[in-house]
Design a protein around this ligand. Sequence first.
Ligand code: CP
Ligand code: NVA
Length: 308
Amino acid sequence: MLNPTKLASKNFLSSLDISVEELFHILEIAKNFKNQDFTIELKNKVLGLIFDKSSTRTRVSFQVAMSRLGGTTIDLNPTTSQIGRGEPIRDTARVLSRYCDVLAIRTFKQSDLEEYAKWSSKPVINALTDLEHPCQALADFMTIKEEFIDFENVVLTFIGDGNNVANSLILFGALLGIEVRIACPKGYEPNNLLINRALKIYKNKSLLKITNDPVTAVQGANVLYTDVWSSMGEENQQQEKDKDFLGFTIDKNLVLNADKDAIILHCLPAYRDKEITDEVIESKKSRIFEQAENRMHAQQALLSCLLL
Ligand code: CP
Ligand code: NVA
């Protein structure tokens, strides 16, 4: 039986905080949890959740994962704690890490998350920032692996905003050496710094493709993935982005250009008939709800490997 082993990094702030071997290990442990092949006891361990943005999946999947491990969770609502009053992160992090064994934080700036990690004596997990969503990417690659067994020859096409979700996919894609195509309107390309980090890892740099043409990007692809056009914190840009992203909807016609056995992913929540049609979400090719379920298994595995 495979037992969780401790990760080399104390924190999980970025997809690149783990090695490719550790990624495979987490996915394997997650599969075992899903198949109920074993139980791990993290009795008396406490996970603190600090969410500066709304969440359904991340919050609840962390809570249930922790409870399945025999531990508990404290949901630290920023508006009813002193966090919302503006207490410095370095003070909050030092105090909370004396109470909790691990913190999962959803916030805006990656630098704020890094500040928490710097001052926390316990592991800090990125539960989404404007830059990355690595916990989502764990579940995404778990879902892809369930379908295609290994990642060899898998082509992953992301259509939409080159934002947090796309960024974390690119970084895991680089670790795994798989072909990742990002199709976004001009001006919405992924962060340059992050692309450069990915290119440094890719042995074959041509496997990362950034394009403004969704139709060529989906040709023969095995996985089609999208996310909302306007992310949390961008509500005032919604009208403008809705116009800029016209033509970037995953609909039946676009899916016809992909491989015939292609699957469809979306991190959710979705705006149906904007970035993806209702018909495609509900189609046989959709693995969107398996993907959402896998958040829980993947995070249970992550917590096990961080809390050993
Ligand atoms: N996919 C995701 O992170 O969903 P929530 O915003 O509901 O947590
Ligand atoms: N890009 C989206 C992902 C939501 C899970 C956002 O940041 O709002």
